[in-house]
Design a protein around this ligand. Sequence first.
Ligand code: MG
Length: 416
Amino acid sequence: MILANSVRVAFMRTAVVIVAAGSGSRAARDGEAPKQYRRLGDRPVLAHTIAAFLADPAIDSVVVAIHPDHGDLYRRTVAHLADDPRLLPPVLGGATRQSSVRAGLDALAQSPPDRVLVHDAARPFVTPAVIDRTLDGLDAADGTLAAVAIVDTLKRTDAAARIVETIPRNHVHAAQTPQGFRFAALAAAHARAAAAGRDDFTDDAAVAEWAGLDVRVVAGDPANVKLTTNADFDGAEARMTIDRFAALADVRVGTGYDVHALVPGDHVTLCGVVVPHQSRLDGHSDADVALHALTDAILGALGDGDIGAHFPPTDQRWRGCDSAVFLHDALARLARRGGMLAHVDVTIVAEAPKIGPHREAMRARLAELCACALDRVAVKATTNEKLGFVGRREGIAALATATIRLPLRTCPEREI
Ligand code: MG
């Protein structure tokens, strides 16, 4: 069975058209970003939506139909995905949803996939299960539509809000996206609709039904909401925060320690901040002990070696290098594991220079380097009471702790 599935996946090419061409004219008037570009958690809504499809191994390519005025907004939204070849260049949408989808289909037609999913940009909570059901349904139909059964009784009213009809809710569904189709069938249906002068279909299932295709409902997800009102956004924000923190339940703390010798010079670099001094720290890189200790703290929390193992002092590439390079490498390892930095705490041990006047600049620089909020960063300093090598001003030491959160995964050999 596994072989059969993987063979099917290998030979079925699947593309996604994400419809993000709404102008958001009301939002623009109010000085807000259009809803598909509104921030939700750490990213715009559209970035979450694209990521949901790129995370699914069944998806080979994604094309986004954008509004002609939103080129810059879009580029900023997907800047972090620039290396993913599955995200194709955007296409410019038209005046209607239908024409925007058609622009996406036309772009895909240059190298036509077997199957295509069409999805609303404003539904960022689409799950792998809904995507899979939409695709699996195509084995038995020309088209599929994620939808949820209506549980409320439906009333049709007249202009005076008087009930004129109770609509039987048996077999009534609320349509969501994704909607899935055999690519050739949907492309032909759209071409026919355009040729017939029809541009009033509100979703692709309606285009397909009109063209006589066999379109079937598969189970959507009540949580796969289309974000429309401010209340939707408030709810989505709360949900995303709770989901994110709940998923990152593997909380770990790492420690780091480093020392560099002081030699004649005119400044030291600590936490990425240059501080004038009558000595400098000696070392292979810029000898920023604080960043080295912090890098080791993050690597320690990850259980992933130490700075010397990843950046050997024998390697000439790191001579004189800005120690932010080492910190960024540790943060990239954290990001690749799907984690986040929760807090960093750095202590600098030095007789001189005085750290106090530079503490806030150091915190701000660390927050910038770590891309985290200032209140997640602490910088402290102490002298060594003239004791030992630090007390004799022969060197500066730094200690750091880093708290990280990783996705909670059960590990096959040792169960949590
Ligand atoms: Mg060092």
